[in-house]
Design a protein around this ligand. Structure first.
Ligand SMILES: *Cc1c(COP(=O)(O)O)cnc(C)c1O
Length: 360
């Protein structure tokens, strides 16, 4: 089976973990700090903080930005559930803006339509590893005095107009979950250039504690262990190489698959670098087969694919919203993510293409 993602640890990562285990210092300490400074220097930000999940980092970002009960946060319906759940964790209200049909991101226009006096922040998602149109969205945020938060859980390594994702929004969050481009099994990161947001985030991560037995506000235990940080430190050293490999795999697939009728290959925004966390095609209505038939047949021929995401967050009962997102409703039935990870061989890529050609 050619898998959508592969977790492959090299000897370097295993050795780094062993070193931590033998040091008898397992909790957040010098290795997590090493990870934080490597991320800050990679993304070119003043601050980077490590967390025990992307979800924890996202919850922290909303807290740090001052989001409280009753505030509205505009976000996308087409994402992993953590994007909206973390808004609920702060007692705030997720308001869903529609996406565009080529990049699958919420747009400046769709955001602006949803702004009310209660709106405090915009939470964008760099879906599939591609940057949103940050300049256009920043303009809207500045005009309406909104904090711009980025759920870039899938987009470490992506670039927008020559800048790394992580350094563009007011606060950015990444995930180090096992299937992500760079991972530690479970883990997360937060980057910001704002000293106050960084300070609030640091305290929130550890019970709101600013000195021993002194607590500023409600906080949680969102710390990353040094055991897991050690994996991420080694992985981060290989991020450029891995991102280039993902791009080269994507280019190969696009060259062959874009010839097929009814298949729309991923659109890359001008002046950006896609991190290709997912290589997501759209099966349009002029295709001779349905998405579900294509997915089933690929599977029977040894090619694993996934649908990210088959349901919209705006449809989930616990998010109790009336928001309609007509484009997202169409797109969710068209998308299909194919393997693009850096461990694919040329044979694997050829097998994916041949299977597609046989089906269509
Ligand atoms: C992976 C992911 C998260 C959550 O990250 P965890 O580390 O699993 O908590 C949040 N948002 C998006 C878009 C993701 O892909």
């Amino acid at each position: 089976m050619i898998r959508v993602s592969e977790v492959i640890l090299s000897d370097e990562e295993i050795e780094a973990v062993n070193t931590v285990l033998k040091s008898n210092h397992l909790v957040q300490g010098s290795v997590a700090e090493e990870l934080e400074s490597a991320v800050a220097s990679y993304c070119k930000t003043a601050h980077a903080l490590a967390f025990n999940s992307g979800t924890a980092a996202l919850h922290t970002a909303l807290f740090a930005a001052g989001i409280i009960a009753g505030d509205e946060v505009i976000t996308t319906p087409f994402s992993f559930v953590a994007t909206a759940n973390t808004i609920l964790m702060q007692g705030a209200i997720p308001v869903f803006a529609d996406i565009d049909e080529n990049y699958f991101h919420i747009t400046a226009e769709s955001i602006e339509q949803k702004i009310t006096p209660q709106t405090k922040a915009v939470l964008i998602v760099d879906l599939y590893g591609q940057a949103v149109d940050y300049d256009a969205i920043r303009k809207i945020c500045d005009k309406h005095n909104l904090v711009l938060i980025a759920d870039s859980c899938q987009a470490l390594g992506a670039e927008y107009h020559g800048r790394k994702v992580g350094s563009i929004a007011d606060i950015t969050v990444f995930s180090l979950y096992a299937t992500k481009n760079i991972m530690s099994g479970e883990g997360g990161l937060l980057t910001t250039n704002n000293d106050e947001y960084a300070q609030r985030s640091k305290l929130f991560r550890s019970h709101g504690q600013d000195a021993q037995y002194s607590y500023q506000f409600l906080g949680y235990n969102y710390r990353l262990t040094d055991v897991l940080a050690a994996i991420a430190v080694k992985q981060l050293e290989k991020i450029e190489e891995k991102t280039l490999q993902r791009n080269s795999n994507a280019d190969y697939l696009t060259k062959k698959l874009s010839r097929l009728k009814g298949i729309q290959t991923p659109q890359v925004r001008p002046n950006t670098r896609h991190a290709f966390h997912q290589y997501t095609i759209k099966i349009t209505k002029d295709c001779s087969k349905t998405r579900d038939t294509i997915q089933k047949t690929l599977g029977e021929n040894g090619v694993e694919t996934r649908v990210y995401y088959p349901t919209l967050l705006s449809e989930s009962p616990h998010l109790h919203t009336q928001d309609r997102c007509p484009i997202a409703e169409i797109v969710k039935d068209q998308v299909l993510s194919l393997p693009v990870h850096p461990h694919l061989s040329t044979n694997d890529l050829d097998a994916i293409v041949k299977t597609f050609e046989a089906i269509l």
